[in-house]
Design a protein around this ligand. Structure first.
Ligand code: NAG
Ligand code: NAG
Ligand code: NAG
Ligand code: NAG
Ligand code: NAG
Ligand code: NAG
Length: 625
């Protein structure tokens, strides 16, 4: 034994010598936090080698303490599985660790979902399955956990709604909530590569479209779920019933109509559907009332074949909700008897062209089909006003996403999301340019409140290509294209004017700042816009220029700077120097979610955007001249 001691000793010495350069960090503080964490656990027999604080938690990439995980010779997380543990998960102690993964599956934990779990900001995986956790999970439990990819909570006694903050986890790929008592509806998950398991809960309602490709076993054993991949929601079976109901209603309505007609003809009381028009009229009492009398034979003109047709009366009879009154007029959300929902927009300043030309232009718009365009479905023509009918889009406008109060079910507008939105906008715009070569302003009114966002957070352009039919005075006062420098200064618009609006939109999207002055109504002095752009890109140029939700994406900063530069090239004051739409769209398409190493080095060598002198007037010609 004595003789072997020296070589054993030398080997150990060499090991520790080699180990030093590989990882020089000191884990003592982490070890102390782990010991503190251990104090609130019960039945810790399996953690008996967690005693004195050690200097290294990982040695040769092997954990020194039971249940620790090491990656690249550094502490990575905890895997405390099947150890008979109970007690409390002390998140505060854990938050002092760079925890990427936390698993306590197959133990004997009970009580509520650990509070403040979102203090573990780097966490990628949370595994609590097979314990006896219970109670509701707060809606915002996961808010801000942007690195999270796996949430595994199966086989517990959780109840209540599925927390909406799960929708805010952009990288989520695995969500297992099976064998609990979650109730209510399944929220609209939108994450692209997500796999879920919701089986054996008390969920009900329609399965969101975005989850239709999941395995049916992920939804089995619930109260009342329907829709793909399970059985369709009632509707299909009862088409016959609905037909019968419709027939009955029609007969009854006809009878009622005749009775009304006979008895009240002379009193000239408004007919039933005219009365219901009133709720469409109350909004603007000063601007005169409009009645849709039968005698006018007002008919909706459908511009597409792929939608179900309905009558103006049906629309007017539908329950309507005022959505808002924009610069062109009010808009209403109308839910038809059949359950279809439409938006009716009322335009009063749309008599720039005659009837034939108007119909022609609307038919042209009806032929447009693109994933990023809100389709026009039908219109109603009267000399004094027009109604345009489009689909209803669930998630509101980009403006409300950017500037409104964030609702719990709204995912964070992080960089990948904003990139997706701007790419969609660019594609929609490119399509308009291609399909409407005869128009100077293929869009004309591009701004964040005219970009709607659908259930999958894909942007849809609205209010496009209306410049030809809007009265010129009104257009000049309200339309975004007419706020461009070329319009306010030289009273002209060009095929590059929409590019300018795109540029403003990009800056708004990146900075999260509302271009208030520029959207001011009327033909205000354009200097306001110049100062907005300047303040965005120059005065605030301290790295704080990006909206805080975007700037969290550290590994995408080079790409964000690229987009900023694209935005500025689109906002170029001088029309000659301004990019055309093709160049703008191509550059946007080249953007990626993450920087590659190449991007960093090429950007560093370009050097312009990183240096504080970058934003001079010379570079971008934003002088107010
Ligand atoms: C471990 O190190 C290698 C090489 O440095 C790196 O490529 C890899 O991303 C690291 N793994 C993690 C999980 O950080
Ligand atoms: C304590 O843990 C052991 C395994 O480590 C387990 O067999 C035992 O049931 C646990 N006891 C309690 C009371 O949880
Ligand atoms: C689980 O914990 C409870 C107390 O919370 C204890 O009574 C029970 O024996 C434990 N069961 C196991 C299997 O460890
Ligand atoms: C789990 O917790 C619930 C509620 O706290 C309790 O009623 C139930 O008995 C527990 N089940 C087990 C197996 O410990
Ligand atoms: C669904 O999941 C079950 C169990 O995980 C598996 O056996 C089956 O092949 C899956 N079906 C499909 C269509 O993926
Ligand atoms: C979902 O969980 C249930 C119950 O644990 C299981 O039977 C089913 O195979 C799971 N489905 C998938 C797709 O993993």
């Amino acid at each position: 034994m004595d003789r072997s001691t020296p070589s054993w000793f030398i080997t150990l010495l060499m090991l520790s010598l080699c180990a030093i350069p590989a990882s020089s960090q000191d884990d003592t503080a982490y070890a102390k936090s782990l010991l503190k964490f251990k104090e609130s656990l019960t039945n810790v027999t399996m953690l008996d080698n967690w005693r004195e604080p050690v200097q290294k938690l990982c040695s040769w990439n092997t954990p020194v303490w039971n249940g620790c995980l090491c990656v690249n010779d550094s502490f990575w997380g905890l895997k405390l599985e099947g150890m008979g543990l109970g007690g409390k998960l002390d998140v505060d102690s854990l938050s002092e660790l760079p925890l990427r993964s936390l698993s306590v599956m197959n133990n004997n934990f009970s009580g509520p979902f650990p509070s403040n779990i979102n203090k573990l900001g780097k966490l990628r995986g949370l595994f609590l399955a097979n314990n006896n956790f219970s109670g509701e999970i707060p809606d915002d439990a996961f808010s801000g956990m942007r690195a999270m990819t796996k949430v595994v909570l199966g086989d517990n006694s959780f109840m209540g709604k599925i927390p909406m903050s799960l929708l805010g986890l952009p990288r989520l790929v695995d969500l297992q909530l099976q064998d609990n008592q979650f109730n209510g509806r399944i929220p609209d998950f939108w994450q692209a590569d997500l796999k879920v398991n919701f089986s054996n809960n008390k969920l009900e309602g329609a399965i969101p479209n975005t989850l239709r490709d999941q395995n049916a076993s992920s939804f089995s054993g619930n109260l009342n779920l329907c829709g793909e991949p399970l059985d369709p929601c009632k509707r299909k079976n009862s088409t016959k019933k609905i037909a019968i109901i419709i027939a009955a209603v029609v007969v009854l309505a006809l009878a009622a109509f005749i009775v009304l007609f006979v008895f009240y003809r002379r009193r000239q009381k408004p007919l039933k559907h005219e009365k219901s028009v009133d709720h469409l009229q109350t909004e603007e009492p000063n601007k005169g009332t409009v009645t849709y009398k039968n005698s006018e034979h007002g008919k909706l003109y459908f511009v597409r074949n792929d939608t179900q047709k309905f009558e103006l009366e049906e629309l007017l009879r539908a329950s309507a909700e005022v959505l808002g009154s924009g610069s062109f007029g009010s808009s209403y959300k109308a839910v038809l008897f059949t359950g279809q929902t439409y938006v009716v927009r009322r335009f009063r300043n749309m008599s720039n062209v005659g009837k034939e030309e108007f119909y022609e232009h609307m038919r042209r718009l009806g032929r447009l089909t693109h994933r990023n365009l809100l389709p026009l479905i039908a219109f109603y023509y009267r000399k004094e006003e027009k109604l345009l009918i489009t689909d209803f889009v669930e998630n509101g406008s980009l403006a409300s996403l950017l500037h409104g109060k964030r609702t719990p079910n709204q995912p964070l507008l992080d960089w990948p999301m904003r990139l997706r939105i701007i790419k969609g906008v660019a594609r929609g715009l490119a399509y308009l340019y291609k399909e409407l070569p005869m128009l100077t302003l293929p869009h004309g009114h591009l701004k964040s409140s005219n970009i709607l966002v659908d259930a999958t957070y894909e942007p849809l352009l609205a209010d496009y290509a209306l410049a030809p039919v809007i009265n010129k005075d009104h257009a000049k006062e309200f339309m975004v294209a007419y706020k461009s420098p070329e319009s306010t200064q030289n009273d002209m618009v060009t095929r590059k004017t929409d590019v300018w609006s795109l540029g403003i939109l990009i800056l708004e999207l990146l900075t999260g700042r509302f271009p208030a002055n520029y959207l001011k109504q009327g033909r205000g002095p354009s200097a306001d816009l110049a100062s907005w752009v300047n303040s965005v890109v120059r005065e605030e140029w301290t790295g704080e220029v990006f909206d805080k939700d975007v700037s969290l994406a550290r590994n995408g900063e080079g790409q964000m700077l690229r987009l900023l530069k694209i935005g500025m090239c689109c906002c170029e004051w001088n029309v000659e120097k301004r990019w055309g739409f093709r160049e703008a769209v191509e550059k946007i398409e080249e953007l990626k979610e993450r920087d590659s190493d190449d991007d960093y080095s090429s950007y560093a060598s370009e050097g312009d955007l990183y240096s504080s002198r970058a934003m001079t007037d010379d570079d971008f010609s934003f002088s107010k001249a």
